[in-house]
Design a protein around this ligand. Sequence first.
Ligand SMILES: [Zn+2]
Length: 473
Amino acid sequence: MRLLEDNLGKKSMVEPATLTDFIRYIESNFPVDRYLLIFWDHGGGSVTGYGYDEHFKGDHMTLDGIERALFNAGTQLDFIGFDACLMATLETDFVVEPYADYLIASEELEPGIGWYYTGWPNELSQNSSVETIELGKKLIDDYVLEVKRQTPNDWNIENLAITNLNYLMSYKIIDIYGNSYWTPAITNYRKEDLMIQDIRPRIFNNKFTNKKAEPKDLFLSYKEETVLVKEEKDKLWYPSFADFQDTHPALKNEAQFLFNIDEINYFLVKQQDLDTVKGWTYVTTGRFRTELKYWRSFAGTVGWQLNRWYQNHNFCSRCGHQMKSSENERMLYCEGCGFQTYPVISPCVIVAVHEGDRLLLTKYAGRSYKNFALIAGFVEIGESLEETVQREVMEEVGLKVKNIQFYKSQPWPFTDTILAGFFAELDGDDKIIIDEDELSMGVWMDRDKVPPDESRISLTGEMMEAFRTKRMP
Ligand SMILES: [Zn+2]
């Protein structure tokens, strides 16, 4: 042990600001690749939250306070542990989910000896790249063994669990009085229902306001096919203006408000050289397709679309004057001739052509995307969506379809499109003649051979999965 700082005086251990200061202090003085945060000693579950600081009137840090502290600290953690009673609840899961990959906590009371801090930290020191899940299992095994060994007569409820927060989902219900609350719906949640825009329980709000940025607000900075994030493994962790306060104090003055997700505001900045600041880097927007936390990838991809729109409309396409941003709506206008333009969204159809237990699958020609796909195409001038379905199927694979049924739609900001998904039955001859400019392959696939959808973000994947599991209309 060594003394890191002079005495800071008596600080309340249940004050969120103390926790925020502590996390920030550690991060700036001991920068490392992975951080673990353990709350030690008393826990009161969802009712009182963490701690019992007898020097400060026996006060607690409520779950709300914990969330505020973690949000303000802005550090991504491998796991958050509660070496405290009763903290493994759904409510704790929801609170810590944005900030950590795993929660380690107990549903039960913990004996006074608490966790065993010899075994698993040794393991970590010997192999600092050990998987968090493996480290967690070791921690739990150590705990169970030590509790049994040291308190053989007092305790028979050794209980400690590690929860993968990346797979946590729930539903936020708002009742007729406007009260909102969580439903413990993990068991009801059907993964196959989720596409990239399905970010519940979070709420995406695209209402435009002429908001000015504040230090706590997040911003998006794009450089071609890349986006600025914190330089940490596999995370889409976006910067806040506070992170750039010292190096770029003027950044927030010219930022453009985009949207908010729950209470988090997202802004767009034009600067593209922000990776000169230590700890920040531009990573490929391909990450939007693999991030497990959809609210992060959805924010990034919608921001990316808006970034393209702003960039592509610096000048009036009618008279060449500089365009200006409206203060009232998401619109750019020309002071020279009055021309107005709104974000570009092109309609597309996706078609699952089926015949009995067979589904028509395709592969695109000349694209980096190599997985199976469905028929897809842009709506042309003067067409209804159903006519687009018929035309695209005929053009791409030379087949006729009937009984065209709308399934679901999806915003697809990657390509500035809105996708409308249809199921359609084969009408007549099943002989496939592919358009080789568009496709490299077109096949009839038996239902049990249709590949399961792994990525889960797209309507195409969702529709293939719906056919495979017989959930289609
Ligand atoms: Zn003009």
